[in-house]
Design a protein around this ligand. Structure first.
Ligand SMILES: [Fe+2]
Ligand SMILES: [Fe+2]
Length: 183
């Protein structure tokens, strides 16, 4: 039984999102700053899909179950991953407040916006790699089938709590971001 397959698939969507942020960061240098709506969508996507949908499953479901098993090595890893989620949220908070200033963009704010985008992209790419290549395989070999079944059930419950349109709404945000970059 595989408990991380779905998380792997969600990582592909997050990588796609990060690619769009990279394009936006490059455009800032070229003096072709994307429309404000791009950044508003990006903040919403990061808060909704990445945090409420994906990180919730990791932190509140998977990490919580792993903590009950008291495996020292995994405890250290979950703390590290949890703190990376937190750092990501801090960058998104910065990006959100800088987006509010985009009506009258000044160079210093654009520089800070780009810097936060780049730091967020770098952090999240290395975070996804760490989970894919090291953490998830460790989880798969540590958890019993009973644990995995229970976690998969809790994943489903957490998705249902967000409402049936939550996933589609996040997909729409990503599509809209791509459309804005293509305008
Ligand atoms: Fe994570
Ligand atoms: Fe993840």
């Amino acid at each position: 039984m595989n408990v991380t397959k779905q998380l792997h698939e969600e990582h592909l969507i997050i990588r796609d999102f990060l690619d769009q942020l990279q394009i936006a960061a490059d455009r800032i240098v070229e003096n072709r700053v994307p429309d404000k709506m791009f950044f508003e969508d990006a903040v919403r996507f990061a808060r909704d899909f990445t945090d409420k949908y994906h990180h919730y499953k990791e932190e509140m479901v998977m990490f919580t179950r792993l903590a009950q098993l008291h495996t020292g090595l995994i405890d250290a890893e979950t703390e590290r991953l949890r703190s990376q989620h937190e750092q990501g949220r801090n960058h998104i908070a910065e990006i959100s407040s800088l987006t509010g200033l985009l009506e009258n963009p000044v160079q210093d704010n654009l520089r800070k916006l780009r810097l936060n985008l780049l730091e967020y992209i770098k952090l999240m790419r290395s975070h996804l790699n760490l989970e894919n290549l090291s953490f998830f395989p460790m989880v798969e070999s540590t958890l019993s089938d009973d644990d995995k079944l229970m976690i998969l059930e809790e994943f489903k419950t957490s998705e249902q709590k967000l409402g049936e349109h939550f996933y589609d709404n996040s997909s729409k945000l990503l599509t809209e971001m791509k459309q804005i970059l293509n305008e």
